[in-house]
Write a protein that binds this ligand. Structure first.
Ligand SMILES: [Zn+2]
Ligand SMILES: [Zn+2]
Length: 264
């Protein structure tokens, strides 16, 4: 069991979360699955940062922190529970959509460079430009004045709701492009997330895992000294369980327990 902490879980507080995204159910099932810690990471745009979309309206710091009320009455049965967020990248300001005051109130913070369905103003069919945007977004996150509050990059370079397989975009980055940015992340103490989406479009056997473009990218992360987190990115507690394929993929790219960031 490589990953003992799942720190990317959405509850029903997220607009895209299912009504079954109930904290008590996640806690019970995570205990049964052998996790020692889980982190709730509902979507957030700090409302003190101007420019949020209608979708983010209401998904602010107070909303995310309201989960504490629900958690107060729940028996954790030894499971450690953290309340963080998945905070949006603010493309207009080329920064993280958070103030320092808000970041200080969260147990952890995930930031994606790849919510391009919401953040990229261009046409995603222009693949080279789409890929360049995600690389710039990652650099902007690393160079943010609030970078020190970022725990991990959520589903790195996995363009969400992409009209074609997101892994096709990885062909636009050289190993050196990857190493430069991943070394900077490693030096800033910002981890990279393993997420079940990493293994989408990938066969179950080792050869297909190695042949998948994500293998090269995650190898570059390992070689650059990155640390890693795991996030199931679940939006419902129904059938919540370990994602064994992602664990096998992580082991195959060379992730060992000492490379995993612990929130304990
Ligand atoms: Zn996400
Ligand atoms: Zn998410």
């Amino acid at each position: 069991m490589l990953f003992r902490q799942d720190i990317h879980i959405h509850t029903r507080l997220s607009k895209c979360g299912a009504p079954e995204g109930i904290a008590a159910d996640y806690i019970r099932l995570a205990r049964a699955a052998g996790y020692s810690l889980i982190g709730f990471a509902d979507h957030m745009w700090d409302k003190a940062v101007p420019g949020y979309s209608n979708w983010y309206d209401g998904q602010n710091l107070a909303h995310v922190l309201s989960l504490h009320h629900e958690l107060a009455g729940i028996d954790k049965d030894g499971l450690e529970v953290r309340v963080g967020c998945e905070c949006e990248y603010d493309a207009a300001h080329r920064d993280i959509a958070v103030t320092e005051e808000a970041a200080l109130q969260l147990d952890f913070m995930l930031v994606p460079n790849s919510h391009t369905h919401m953040t990229y103003p261009g046409d995603r069919e222009d693949r080279e430009a789409h890929a360049a945007f995600m690389m710039q977004a990652l650099w902007d996150i690393l160079e943010s004045k609030n970078a020190k509050y970022v725990t991990a990059i959520a589903h790195p370079f996995h363009a969400v709701c992409c009209p074609y397989p997101p892994a096709e975009l990885l062909a636009y980055y050289s190993d050196e492009d990857f190493r430069r940015v991943f070394r900077a992340a490693a030096e800033s103490g910002i981890a990279m997330e393993f997420n079940p989406c990493c293994t989408s479009g990938m066969g179950d056997d080792e050869d297909s895992m190695r042949a998948h473009p994500n293998f090269r990218m995650f190898r570059c992360m390992v070689e650059s000294g990155c640390r890693f987190t795991y996030g199931s990115d679940r939006h419902t507690a129904v059938d919540y369980r370990r994602h064994e394929k992602t664990e096998r993929f992580a082991a195959l790219v060379g992730v060992t327990e000492d490379k995993i960031l612990s929130l304990k």
